[in-house]
Structures are given as structure tokens and as C-alpha cells.
Design a protein around this ligand. Structure first.
Ligand SMILES: *[C@@H]1O[C@H](CO)[C@@H](O)[C@H](O)[C@H]1NC(C)=O
Length: 147
């Protein structure tokens, strides 16, 4: 009888737990207002970082991770974690605002390019010659040794 009561209680809690989740799937207001607090701290720290001029990426990694922890925490608490788009939208906005100068991969200057490419070209041109030299050297070796 005791067992039965326990399992009944457990299933009641389980069901109400589920229904709480489905009645309030994601408290968007709770999420946004708390994320606003997370980001105001982050924004304040970023103001002095000079992100308009240059990419600040590895330097601000620590405060960025704090922002991420804060946002993830509130996504969980407001049951919005499954609504990935909310979190994604937020970080896209942050990246657009603060890491705009990070994404562009620029070609290195011409002398560097030549230095990078030249060994490949030289190897391609001279490898056949080297092969011919090596193979003929093997054939000629007995002659040079006088055998
Ligand atoms: C912080 O900056 C982000 C990106 O521009 C913006 O979406 C957010 O509203 C800002 N937060 C505050 C509190 O100003």
C-alpha cells in the first residue's frame, strides 16, 4: 500500500511537472529581461575595448564566456533553452555589434604570398628532374664504381 502511494505521488509530480512545462513553454519576458542584465555588463566591458577599430577576440574571451554562462543560465531558468533561436539571435546580434572586424580573412601581402607559394612551385618543377637524376644515378652507380 505504501509503495502504491509513493508511486502515485511520484507520477502526480511527474505529470504536473510536465504540464507546467507545456503550459509555460518558454518565459520569453523572463529570458529577455535577464539577458538584458547579462548583456549590459558585457556591453559596459566592451565599450572600452576598442572593438570598432580592431578585432578584440582572444582578449575579451573571459568576459564573453561570462556572458555565455549568464545567457545559458537564464535560458535554462526560463525554459527557453529548447527555443535555440532566441539564444542564437542574441549571440548573432552581439557578434554583429562587437566582432564585426573579426570575420574578415584578408589575403596576406604579395611578398608573403610569393614566399608561401614559391616552394610549392619549385618542388613541382624540380621533382621530375630530381627523380630522373635519382633513377639514372642508380643505374650509373655500378659504372662509377667500376664494376
Ligand atoms: C548590448 O549590446 C547588444 C548588441 O548590440 C544589444 O543587443 C543589447 O541590447 C545591449 N544590451 C544593453 C543592456 O544595452
Amino acid at each position: 500500500m505504501m509503495m502504491f502511494t509513493y508511486s502515485l505521488l511520484a507520477s502526480v509530480f511527474f505529470c504536473t511537472g510536465l504540464s507546467v512545462k507545456s503550459i509555460y513553454p518558454c518565459d520569453k519576458h523572463m529570458f529577455l529581461s535577464n539577458v538584458h542584465i547579462c548583456s549590459s555588463l558585457f556591453n559596459k566591458s566592451m565599450e572600452t575595448s576598442g572593438h570598432h577599430e580592431r578585432c578584440t577576440w582572444p582578449a575579451v574571451k573571459r568576459i564573453y564566456n561570462q556572458l555565455k554562462l549568464c545567457v545559458d543560465l537564464w535560458a535554462k531558468k526560463s525554459l527557453c533553452l529548447s527555443r535555440g533561436s532566441l539564444v542564437d539571435d542574441f549571440f548573432q546580434e552581439v557578434h554583429r555589434e562587437y566582432f564585426a572586424s573579426c570575420g574578415q580573412v584578408q589575403d596576406p601581402p604579395l611578398p608573403t604570398m610569393i614566399l608561401l607559394i614559391a616552394p610549392g612551385i619549385i618542388a613541382t618543377l624540380f621533382l621530375p628532374l630530381l627523380c630522373i637524376k635519382l633513377t639514372t644515378w642508380n643505374i650509373e652507380m655500378p659504372n662509377t664504381l667500376g664494376l
